[in-house]
Design a binder for this molecule. Structure first.
Ligand code: 7RM
Length: 686
């Protein structure tokens, strides 16, 4: 198969470097002149192509990023120091001395040039209905929310928890925080009351913003009730601002405030606060290998710049394009590529509220046709799901608007990649498999940028972005120099988009990311580097599993399961799943004398995980065992459990360190029995 031999049409340069002129006409694919593709590159004489600009961005990182920061961001006062970083100590600081306001960069400056340009297209759950919000309108909304927050005592540096489905008012709430210097912490609206309460408490939020109800896949979700339950466990919360997603009334208590009513009393202007580059912009919780999610802190200028540049160049986003990232705003992908990157670039960004299969598996492509989406950015899990429904749901919609297809969140398998490229993109659109993390702030490894007709190998993330220096490590913690090799993936120097700390726990930040390989940022992922130097991500190396692109710690699942009165001990592991990428499989040992049917135990354990974490976290399989395979020092041998869970029984590997061999035989027998029972009861499947 030949991939992407045809050059793409050139668009208009979006933001031009001062002093450079736009390319006069179409540039042939043979041209290596990168400044045609990236106008800012003209500021670096001698740089001609992607490799030389990558080289410069690493060798002269300060010069590279300073030029972009001056060019792409609007500053209230200029920075004096491009960077001051010491990875060994987890110290990362960019653009110090500079002051700016992120909401001004994302809204006001575009209102000055094109007030009626559409900033957001809200693709509501209700099929065929969308709402367009112009930059002028977004500014008004943001200012009214900001004034409402101020009136209710929110000040610079205060945390505000946002628990809302994707909607313009949710985006306005994020930007309102940015405007007044408050720190937002968006919690995915699929998380349970307990998970929400943990995050409110950890972030010490006094203010929560939510909606009365949510609507998803045609069903009403009682979001406010979940907030009520959470807030009961959070005495620090003083105010809950409630926006109306539906017309239905929900009970309101003395701390609840109807958001739209309050907004209408406020002025539609609000002075932006001048923020230091390194003031926090938001916290976002993500799972690690312990039971406690970490609140990663991103700051103002570096994060904004990095999302803006990656959005512009990974997706080749041009003025006038409609950018369709279908991630929820509760994840980092929603933060960086629904909100901050596209809006900083003055783009038009789609806010997707629904699901890929509602009202039918053609939803994405019907939306692409109706909204004329130019870049579509989604998750492999959804691609795999839609692939199963067949090509007709895709082919019955016009997709000629599409120019680039993106993938994020987990490894994309070759079959799904191929279908995405061939069927969805009609072999016309480059597929960009983008690797990055909550910690990295923005895309770090992706096929683009590169020369427009440069090779893309299916299912590979390919090339480092500017300023990213990926390295693979050997067992001794030394950098692997060769190609065609695999190892733990680290990044060897700081870049502006990376997280700065973990909220209230800088030691954990240092220990997790900078201690495993001193002087490097450790990603937690493994990767392969091909003969030609391209990267492919192989998956997590720690006890984090990835269910439908959502990170989850096995320790979190165990923590929830262990709260059930019948459970003595548990081990949760991730195993391959056709659609979800990974699913969780939990082995449990019951307490003595438990007299309950296994079916009831299984159901109650699924319920407890849904209740403590989120529905998507509920284990697919629960196997009751008498013993767990342990080493003589008492460590559970997860590698053995994983093989059993995946029915790879001839790959159990070296069992010599095992304390008691019969445990494994028992578990294998139990696993076979469980599969048999599950096959007989299809109704119990997820
Ligand atoms: C953006 C996001 C991060 C983890 C990461 C990986 C996995 C993400 C890819 C991927 C293979 C990809 N942030 N991951 N993208 N694995 N190929 N293109 O997902 O913090 O929620 O998750 O997701 O394991 O460490 S995240």
């Amino acid at each position: 198969m030949s991939f992407l031999r045809r050059p793409l049409a050139l668009g208009r340069p979006f933001l031009r470097a001062v002093g450079s002129s736009p390319p006069a006409g179409p540039i042939s694919s043979a041209s290596t002149n990168i400044s045609a593709f990236m106008p800012e590159a003209a500021a670096f004489p001698g740089v001609r192509d992607y490799p030389s600009l990558l080289h410069l961005s690493l060798g002269q990182a300060d010069r590279f990023w300073a030029a972009l920061a001056r060019d792409r961001l609007s500053w209230i006062s200029p920075f004096h120091t491009a960077s001051d970083c010491d990875l060994a100590r987890g110290k990362v600081r960019w653009f110090e001395g500079g002051r700016l306001n992120v909401s001004v960069n994302c809204i006001d400056r575009h209102v000055h040039t094109s007030p009626d340009k559409v900033a957001l297209i809200w693709e509501r759950d209700e099929p065929g209905t969308h709402v367009k919000i112009t930059y002028r309108h977004l500014l008004e909304m943001t200012c009214r929310v900001a004034n409402t927050l101020k009136r209710h005592g929110v000040r610079k540096g205060d945390r505000v928890t946002i628990y809302m489905p994707a909607s313009p008012i949710a985006v306005a709430s994020m930007l309102a925080c940015a405007r007044i210097g408050a720190v937002h912490t968006v919690v995915f609206a699929g998380f349970s009351a307990d998970a929400l309460a943990d995050r409110i408490r950890d972030g010490q939020s006094e203010t929560v913003i939510t909606t009365n109800q949510a609507v998803r896949g045609g069903r009403i979700i009682e979001l406010k009730q979940t907030v009520d339950q959470a807030v009961r466990k959070c005495p620090s919360v003083k105010h809950v601002l409630v926006a109306k997603r539906t017309e239905n009334e929900v009970p309101m208590s003395s701390i609840d405030i109807p958001l739209e009513e309050e907004m209408m009393k406020e002025e539609a202007v609000c002075d932006p606060v001048a923020m230091e580059s390194e003031d926090p912009l938001f916290l976002l919780y993500t799972s690690g290998s312990t039971g406690k999610p970490k609140g990663l802190v991103h700051t103002q200028a570096g994060y904004l710049l990095y999302t803006s540049v990656t959005h512009r160049y990974v997706f080749d986003y041009h003025e006038g394009d409609v950018f369709g990232c279908v991630a929820d705003i509760g994840w980092i992908t929603g933060h960086s590529y629904v909100v901050y990157g596209p809006l900083c670039n003055g783009g038009t960004s789609v806010l997707f509220e629904s699901t890929p299969v509602y009202p039918n598996p053609g939803r994405y492509w019907e939306m692409v046709e109706r909204l004329k989406i130019n870049q579509f950015y989604g998750a492999p899990t959804a691609i795999r799901l839609l692939f199963k429904y067949g090509d007709e749901w895709v082919k019955s919609h016009d997709r000629t608007s599409l120019k680039i297809l993106g993938s994020v969140g987990e490894p994309i398998n070759a079959e799904a990649w191929d279908w995405y490229y061939r069927v969805v993109g009609d072999e016309r659109c480059p597929v960009v498999d983008t690797w990055w993390q909550t910690e990295t702030g923005g895309i770090c490894i992706a096929p683009r940028p590169a020369a427009r007709d440069a090779e893309i190998v299916p299912a590979m993330a390919m090339r480092p972005f500017f300023g990213i220096n990926p390295v693979l490590m050997d067992d001794q913690g030394k950098k692997l120099m060769d190609n065609n090799t695999s190892g733990p993936l680290c990044i060897a120097q700081a870049w502006p988009g990376m997280a700065r700390t973990i909220h209230n726990d800088h030691d954990r930040f240092v220990n997790t990311y900078f201690k495993p390989y001193p002087n490097y940022f450790f990603t937690g992922d493994g990767a392969y580097r091909s003969e030609k130097g391209y990267y492919q991500i192989t998956g997590r190396l720690d006890d984090v599993i990835n269910i439908s692109g959502h990170r989850l710690g096995t320790a979190e699942i165990e923590g929830a399961v262990n709260q059930h009165r019948v459970v003595a001990e548990s081990a949760a592991i991730g195993c391959a799943h056709e659609i979800k990428g990974e699913a969780s499989y939990v082995f449990i040992i019951l307490k003595d004398g438990v007299d309950m049917s296994e079916a009831v135990i299984r159901q109650e354990l699924k319920d407890i995980v849904s209740q403590k974490i989120a529905k998507y976290a509920a284990p697919d399989h629960i196997q009751i065992v008498k013993r767990l395979p342990k080493t003589r020092s008492g460590k559970i041998m997860r590698r053995v459990l994983r093989k059993i869970a995946e029915s790879k029984l001839d790959e159990l590997g070296d069992l010599t360190t095992l304390d008691d061999h019969t445990a494994v035989q028992e578990i294998v027998a139990g696993h076979r029995q469980m599969l048999k029972e599950e096959a007989e009861q299809p109704a119990s499947r997820h």
